[in-house]
Design a protein around this ligand. Structure first.
Ligand SMILES: *Cc1c(COP(=O)(O)O)cnc(C)c1O
Length: 380
């Protein structure tokens, strides 16, 4: 028997408390039982998003929530600025083009970031930009973009800032109200430690105002209609009931740990992982601020990263992730987000040493594990 371990940058493992909560009989969504779940979930989501606004849950994956953000705030022909330095940035571009939006493409090479100064220049030169689309954590490259700086720029303009926080909510600090981020999009299967299937949109006053004039077509993803129900603690359509019951449990776990501690834990896991891979002489793919959600690693020269991913799986029953799109073969990604702790990182690094040795690479056994343990031994 080889114990299965999920160490991909999403979906992430689900804690037993959450699995047990979801294993109960299905309750109907228009009952006092569901009302009690939803009232607690709504309050918990506000604290997690660090906003006083209602957070709208949708039964869809993270990309569905990205689409909801676009169709509810924009009209055909509108101009948007896309901050793009990875495959999820590409997704914003594809989404914008699919809806006939004009795109101001603010791209940087994969592994890098887009400086806020470039966004400031673009918005100054093109004041008709209606929205800025960006990622907080770009999961394809392992880079954390400076959303706080982007928000400081957009708040001086009519444009709203829409942030894909699917791999940063409950992982990296993103105080939506305090930073003036207008629309935060997220999903259930990363920091929230849930199965995939629920997306979220949280809108500022400025973003809700945009929904009144936005004319892109929508029916299922109509956020203004959703809000009417959410504000009354009701649901417009059948929610993903089991996931919402699990969400209540996951929010309780995050709350018990305390949000600042949740961010600290992810930061420690990320620093230990980086120290570990660097101790093996490997290079990080991120050339800008690394994301605390995952670590993207360049394989040793001459080794296809897909071989590393396959060896983790075949020899050790551990799922990690390779590179997406044009990065296929050029990097592998170790997730350390959500239900992840110190000894998961140790196991992932020990696995890496074995995998590299299996592939005929010289390995100083214990080097990466020791480097990680040194980080964990630091008092903080
Ligand atoms: C996981 C992820 C998504 C969501 O993808 P889905 O497969 O639609 O859930 C979006 N953006 C980022 C940055 C992600 O990491």
């Amino acid at each position: 028997m080889k114990k299965y371990q999920l160490m991909a940058p999403g979906p992430t493992p689900v804690p037993s408390e959450v699995l047990l909560a979801m294993a109960g009989p299905i309750i109907h969504h228009r009952t006092p039982q569901y009302d009690a779940v939803f009232v607690e979930v709504r309050a918990g989501l506000k604290r997690l998003f660090q906003t006083s606004a209602e957070v709208v849950p949708l039964a869809c994956s993270g990309t569905g929530a990205m689409e909801a953000a676009v169709v509810n705030t924009l009209s055909a022909g509108d101009k948007v600025a896309v901050v793009r330095a990875g495959k999820f940035g590409d997704r914003w571009l594809d989404l914008a083009r699919a809806y006939g939006l004009q795109v101001v493409d603010l791209s940087a090479p994969f592994g890098h970031t887009v400086e806020a100064a470039r966004l400031a220049e673009a918005l100054k030169a093109q004041p008709d930009v209606k929205a800025v689309l960006a990622q907080h954590s770009e999961t394809s490259t392992g880079v954390l973009h400076d959303v706080r700086a982007y928000a400081a720029v957009t708040r001086q303009h009519d444009a709203i800032l829409i942030v894909d926080a699917v791999s940063s909510l409950g992982i990296a600090d993103l105080p939506m109200d305090a930073w003036n981020v207008d629309l935060v999009v997220s999903g259930s299967q990363k920091g929230l430690m849930l199965p995939p299937g629920v997306g979220f949109c949280a809108l500022s006053e400025k973003a809700w105002r945009k929904t009144r004039s936005a004319t892109l077509p929508k029916f299922y993803f109509n956020l203004a209609d959703e809000l009417k129900y959410v504000a009354k603690n009701e649901v417009r359509f059948t929610p993903a009931v089991s996931l919402m019951v699990g969400l209540r449990e996951a929010l309780r776990l995050l709350e018990a740990e305390g949000l600042p501690n949740v961010f600290k834990r992810h930061d420690r896991l990320a620093r230990a992982t980086r120290a570990g891979v660097e101790a093996l002489g490997l290079e990080l793919f991120a050339k800008a601020t690394p994301s605390p959600a995952l670590t993207a690693v360049v394989p040793p020269r001459g080794v296809d990263s897909e071989k590393i991913v396959a060896a983790y799986s075949q020899s050790h029953n551990i799922t990690i992730a390779g590179g997406q799109g044009e990065m296929k073969g050029k990097l592998f990604r170790l997730g350390h987000m959500g239900y992840a702790a110190e000894f998961d990182v140790i196991a992932g690094l020990a696995g890496l040493e074995q995998v590299l040795a299996d592939l005929g690479q010289p390995v100083d056994f214990g080097a990466s594990v020791g480097a990680a343990q040194k980080i964990f031994a630091e008092k903080s």
